[in-house]
Ligand binder design. Structure first.
Ligand code: PLP
Length: 399
């Protein structure tokens, strides 16, 4: 016998993957340059030169056995100290190596945190639109995911609905800012209000309610927006970070968890994180990339390309009459589809070889996600396809 739950997870259709596979097939038929694939969140700009240089330097100068050896389960002291130093310089925090647990990216960071704190029947609240994998991670840890509907005018938090949903069984709140798929950055005002509610509810129920901050897009922000550093606002915060996006290292699988000293029973929680890492088989993140990020913690890829892409595509969609909250970060646009059913809209988009992802899995069934982490040339070429698609709905371009 196998686990029915795991079988279900493995065989369920992943909408994004399916669109991606369809795109690969279509590329064979009509040529790669004629398919406008906006489905995946894979960074489209190379990692900075400093990353390649760091790899070469490490290979040329460090012990040839140690480079590929195990480190401590939670990551090498050298790497964790470098993480602490970088954040302390950039955000005025006071972290040290023992606040960090190195992981294979944000997905692992989240899975470990959830496993470390979940007891049966615990509830985990998140806000639509949300990264669909949260459901899988939360349920695998034995918890239940509760989704608060989106506040569609700005994709900040619908606090009235949130306050009604939070109760004694609430173990943690998962937030993601900058957000996939909406690109929204939570304002300081939103975060202060969230923290005020959490502090009040913790007192009322007499137990910790954790904030799990999923931050793989932390550095990808535009127009001078800043992402407030959450441990400064709320003591019971786990930070789940990844180098997948801003450093374009998605395939290398490297990130971390922070358990701040200010968290209630921080040492015990950190050990629970170590235990969860062990139970999930996530000990010792890749050694070479621990060394690389230790040297490149302050680097980012050329993010200006994403801003250029966002501006081009956003302006174009608005000129075609799409409704879209202007994203302040990440590399996604999340407009309303031009018909009620976003799945039907995405099917129709395929006619023009435009591959878009319906918002259903993100908790917003009338929206579509457009990943603009592609070449600027693809965006320029896709503009007439968007125009033709909009024309089908009686929308014409206005300047
Ligand atoms: N969280 C969000 C919001 C994401 O968009 C992603 C990846 O797209 C992840 C987590 C997983 O990131 P990683 O590749 O670091 O595991």
């Amino acid at each position: 016998m196998i686990s029915e739950k795991m079988y279900e997870l493995g065989s369920q259709r992943s909408v994004i993957r399916e669109i991606f596979e369809y795109g690969n097939q279509r590329k064979k038929e009509v040529g790669e340059e004629n398919v406008y694939d906006f489905s995946l969140g894979n960074p489209s700009v190379p990692a900075p030169k400093a990353v390649n240089q760091a790899i070469l330097d490490i290979l040329n100068t460090e012990d040839e056995v140690a480079i590929h050896s195990y480190t401590s389960a939670q990551g090498s002291e050298e790497c964790r100290s470098a993480m602490a130093k970088s954040l302390n310089q950039r955000f005025g925090t006071a972290f040290h190596a023992n606040n960090f647990y190195m992981t294979v990216g944000a997905a692992a960071s989240l899975s470990i945190c959830l496993k470390a704190i979940a007891s049966p029947e615990d509830e985990f609240i998140t806000f639509a639109p949300f990264f669909p994998e949260y459901r899988c991670f939360v349920e695998s840890a034995g918890g239940k995911l509760v989704v608060i509907p989106a506040k569609e005018d700005d994709f900040q938090i619908a606090f009235d609905l949130f306050e009604k949903a939070i109760h004694e069984k609430t173990k943690a709140i998962i937030i993601n800012s900058p957000n996939n798929p909406a690109g929204t950055v939570y304002t300081e005002e939103t975060l202060q209000k969230l923290v005020e509610i959490l502090e009040r509810k913790q007192k009322e129920y007499g137990h910790a309610i954790y904030l799990i901050s999923d931050e793989p897009y932390r550095e990808i922000v535009y127009d001078g927006y800043e992402v407030p550093f959450l441990t400064k606002y709320y003591a019971n915060t786990f930070v789940c970070y990844s180098f997948s996006k801003a450093l374009s290292l998605a395939g290398e699988r490297i990130g971390y968890i922070i358990v701040p000293d200010e968290m209630e029973e921080a040492k015990k929680v950190y050990l629970a994180v170590c235990g969860a890492g062990r139970a999930l088989g996530y000990v010792c993140a890749p050694s070479l990339f621990q060394k690389v990020v230790a040297r490149c913690a302050n680097e980012v890829s050329d993010l200006s390309i994403y801003k250029k892409n966002r501006d081009l595509l956003y302006e174009h969609l608005i000129s075609l009459g799409f409704e879209c909250v202007k994203p302040q970060g990440a590399f996604y646009l999340f407009p309303k589809a031009l018909e009620e059913n976003a799945e039907a809209f995405c099917e129709r988009a395929k006619k023009y070889d435009l591959l878009l992802v319906p918002g259903t899995g993100f908790g917003c069934p009338s929206h579509v996600r457009i990943s603009y982490c592609v070449t600027t040339k693809q965006i320029e070429k896709a503009m007439s396809a968007f125009e033709k698609l909009a024309e089908e709905y009686g929308h014409s371009r206005h300047m």
